[in-house]
Design a protein around this ligand. Structure first.
Ligand code: GDP
Length: 296
């Protein structure tokens, strides 16, 4: 699991702090120095670390904390609160349409896990009693259409496709009409991805956005790509004004920096996490639970 290395280091730091009883300003500062190092080693964005540590120091160095009965506990509590805040505070739900269907448009680079995540979301909503429709809007890779068809079969979920010779905008419009007439209340659009962000892709995604005005544009990002994921998210936020993120491969051995920085850098929350290749390996992303995992 991502964060393992970070969790171990932070827990070491706080064990030392707990062992001290009464704390001096120096004790807290040197603990925070260790926290800072651990976060940088975990590949958390430098600016993000700086602000994060400053916030904690402001709250943790002072009489109120140091004179309390359990100063180490207080410091750890503050770190946990700030870590939760860093990842967005409360869990952010996706936005549902007042009148169905709700359209969720998944965007992201090729290989980020878009198609798999589309299947996971369909499975997740189906379990909640909803009736999702998966839409194959990646016309550049016929294999992607097949992959979605397979997922649909596996999950017993409807799939909408028009082959690879139509404009993705028409496909998505057709899908929304089909959802209306078949009582599908959630439309999950698997869009095309490229290896790198390019104007043509952004233009296509903007056209789809303009045509169906999705309730949710969700960027799928791969936690394993570290700060690259953060940069990609910044670009997608600027150009498409995304609503949130689905961060995949949190089960991998990435250092966790992307998951910790991405919200702060983009201002957009992670809403779901992928924690394995299987279709039930989806977690709704709760910043406080993540912070607890990191801090033990
Ligand atoms: P796409 O090109 O963005 O549509 O990506 P795919 O959905 O085809 O996924 C690319 C690879 O990542 C596949 O091998 C998936 O099984 C894998 N994958 C997707 N999500 C996860 C995840 O949360 N954890 C792990 N370990 N693998 C994932």
């Amino acid at each position: 699991m991502v964060f393992e290395g970070l969790a171990e280091k932070l827990q070491d730091t706080f064990d030392k702090l707990r062992g001290k009883g009464k704390l001096s300003e120096e004790d807290v500062k040197s603990a925070l120095k260790e926290v800072r190092m651990s976060l940088l080693e975990a590949d958390v964005n430098y600016r993000v670390v700086k602000d994060f540590i400053n916030n904690i120091e402001e709250r943790a160095v002072g009489e109120e904390v140091m004179e309390s009965l359990t100063p180490a506990q207080q410091v750890i509590k503050i770190v946990k609160e700030e870590l939760t805040e860093l990842m967005g505070g409360e869990h952010q739900e996706i936005t549902f349409a007042d009148s169905p269907p709700t359209v969720i448009m998944l965007v992201g680079l090729q290989g980020s896990g878009k198609t798999t995540s589309a299947g996971k979301l369909a499975n997740h909503f189906k379990k909640e009693g909803k009736s999702p429709l998966l839409v194959a809007a990646d016309v550049y890779r016929p294999a992607a259409i097949d992959q979605l068809e397979q997922l649909g079969k596996q999950l017993d979920v409807d799939v909408f496709q028009m082959g690879d010779e139509n404009d993705p905008v028409d496909i998505v419009k057709g899908a929304v009409s089909s959802a209306r007439s078949h009582d599908n209340d959630i439309v999950i659009v698997d869009t095309a991805g490229r290896l790198h962000i390019d104007e043509e892709l952004m233009d296509e995604l903007s056209r789809i956005k303009g045509a169906v005005d999705p309730e949710e544009i969700m960027l799928v990002v791969d936690a394993m790509t570290g700060q690259d994921a953060v940069n990609v998210a910044e670009r997608f936020t600027e150009q498409l004004d995304i609503d949130g993120m689905f961060m995949t491969k949190l089960d991998g051995d990435a250092r966790g920096g992307a998951a910790l920085s991405i919200r702060e850098v983009t201002g957009r929350p992670i809403k779901y996490a992928g924690v394995g290749e299987k279709l039930n390996q989806l977690e709704t992303f709760h910043p406080d639970r993540m912070a607890s995992r990191i801090l033990g």
